[in-house]
Design a protein around this ligand. Structure first.
Ligand code: NDP
Length: 263
């Protein structure tokens, strides 16, 4: 016979019956979050720009975990991208319970070399799109009246300044604060909004920016655990934040950085 505690921990990290939209779900951290969510029982709308890639990964997750997976290809750099994605994702299952705002770009540039083009591109994808998407899906969740969870994949770069990441740091710090405004305004409707702030994860993006040893070494030296993160260390936190186990967590920015930003 299972104990009450065993029953609780068997079920508490499940997302069965939840309908989740994950942006940037075709590769890197987003693909790992999608897999973790499928394993936890959530039905998914996977978003990115490559419809074929999304359809392929959706079919694989569906076959392996028996969940319903749809895809919605949208370029979030477009002004109308967030509205189009809100429409597609809400129509897929007739509503949404979870948004994971994960899509992002990094165009490393020192302060003195910053161009308006790169600055605008970074802000458009990393701040404007997720903030508008969260606002629109938040409004939908309010209308549904059944609560919800919004998780933003920000970055340790939102909490500690990183050289050559001028626009990136600004975009991620802005996103952490926007998420706190969501938490304050939508909390009374049972909708929780939180951010996760990972250090370097060696995905395509991480590899491109931190892949060379000369770049990586000084960064690793500042991380007390002495290593970069792996995708599942981000996904585990996102599943937890969207589960009942985190039912009182709202407006938090959770560092997943081996102690890098603790001061
Ligand atoms: P990847 O480059 O591996 O993946 C980025 C994802 O974002 C892709 O799925 C991509 O879609 C999507 N994306 C980029 N631009 C757009 C756009 N214009 N419209 C729609 N989707 C877009 O990055 P990571 O997995 O490493 O990063 C995921 C998130 O984690 C980002 O927000 C990043 O800032 C953050 N992060 C990453 C860290 C790292 O070291 N890797 C550290 C801390 C935070 P498509 O498949 O169409 O290219």
């Amino acid at each position: 016979m299972t104990t009450v505690a065993e029953q609780r921990y068997a079920g508490v990290l499940r997302l069965d019956g939840k309908r989740a939209l994950i942006t940037g779900a075709g590769k890197g951290i987003g693909a790992d979050i999608a897999r973790a969510f499928a394993a936890a029982g959530a039905d998914l709308v996977l978003s990115g720009r490559d419809d074929a890639e999304l359809t392929r990964s959706g079919r694989a997750l569906s076959d392996e975990f028996g969940v319903d997976v749809r895809s919605a290809a949208v370029d979030l750099a477009d002004h109308d991208g967030p509205a189009a994605l809100t429409r597609m994702a809400s129509e897929a299952f007739g509503g949404l319970d979870i948004l994971v705002n994960n899509a992002g770009i990094s165009l490393p540039e020192s302060v003195v070399d910053t161009t308006p083009e790169n600055f605008d591109a970074t802000i458009a994808v990393n701040l404007r799109a997720p903030a508008l998407l969260a606002a629109q899906i938040g409004a939908l969740m309010v209308e549904q009246g059944t609560g919800g969870s919004i998780v933003t994949v920000a970055s340790a770069a939102a909490l500690a300044p990183l050289p050559e990441h001028y626009a990136y740091c600004a975009s991620k710090a802005g996103l952490v604060m926007a998420t706190k405004v969501l938490a304050r305004e939508l909390g009374p409707h049972g909708i929780r909004a939180n951010s996760v702030c990972p250090t370097v994860v060696l995905t395509q993006m991480g590899q491109r920016v931190w892949g060379e040893e000369a770049k990586a070494a000084p960064m690793l030296a500042r991380i007390p655990l002495g290593r970069f993160a792996v995708p599942h260390e981000v996904s585990d936190a996102v599943v937890w934040l969207c589960s009942d186990a985190a039912s009182m967590v709202n407006g938090a920015d959770i560092a997943i950085d081996g102690g890098y930003t603790m001061g």
